[in-house]
Design a protein around this ligand. Sequence first.
Ligand code: IPM
Ligand code: MG
Length: 372
Amino acid sequence: MGRYRIAWMPGDGIGVDVMTATRVVLDRLALDATYVPADIGWEFWCREGEALPERTCAILRETDCALFGAITSKPKEEAQKELVPALRDKGLSYRSPIVRLRQDFNLHTNLRPCRAYPGNPLNYRDDVDLVVFRENTEGLYAGVEFHPVPQEVSDVLAKTSPQWRRFAKLPLEEVAISTRVMTRAGCRSIVTQAFDYARKTGRKRVTLVEKPNVLRETGGLMTRVAREVAKAYPGIDFDEANVDAMCMWLIKNPQSYSVLVCENMFGDIISDLCGQLVGGLGFASSGNIGDKYAVFEPTHGSAPKYAGQMKVNPIATFLAAKLMLDWLGEEERARRLEGGIAKVIKEAKVRTYDMGGKATTMQMAEAVAANV
Ligand code: IPM
Ligand code: MG
């Protein structure tokens, strides 16, 4: 048995393609690991009514970490239609398995580095090097939502919030509510992770991306906690930006920023913007990190129309594997992997279609493997 036990979750769509390619690279690095295949994805929803079966959670509980490809998700009505007949009308509802994994395994920190590798024709600029810290279990993703709004919820809101009164007059079916739930501990944790990372990696600036001028309570709490945490890191500049303004600044001067810290939904949005600055979905990776467990994944989805064609760019998943190696303490292999990726990009001989080339997913894997 290998030194590490890694849950292996290709998922579906191109998740399978990019994970097959990633295995080639990890094998070349001779990582001493046992890869434990685990079921997750759309086919398990259709067949079993559960995209994240309990047997997979059991595997996660007894492995060191997991690498995950991608999964398809579809709107409510379509999800119902694709269930096997025996499971239809059972009141099953589809919830994103990755969001559940983040919450059920308390993977509170989402780390999304966005670095422009020199020579990537898709770079917005060559000097972008951003790292997004996204809170991963709270905020609008907490799942506290109502439609129709229960009468007792409406009554309590009418009593406690003058702002609710204009909605209280409407029929309950005419209103939906999603709540942004943030805790002091959650805010403190994500900001602390961001500063610790800045200190460890010699970065000099941490920017909080929020909207406290409008979201006065949740945004206010996050801002106060961040200011407090920042005091413990005197060598690192701390500043604050509203999320809307940040979208403009990141296009105007992305090279001025370094570490960005956000709550869940703002982090989801900002990290896509940052990903596009460095080549788009083929280059955006992510680590969902808890105290004892972590799940690494490319940020892209399952792109069903390309599934099985071995055509898509696997670099985002290689970068996810690099994050995994760092987290396991395999820094030397992590450096070799990133070095191999950077070299292949720079040499410009092997390029997948998104980069304007004709190389297949496997040719990219072999090129990177040859350079690690
Ligand atoms: C991401 C994705 C997910 C999210 C989706 C697939 C639920 O967009 O990882 O950024 O919203 O967090
Ligand atoms: Mg996203």
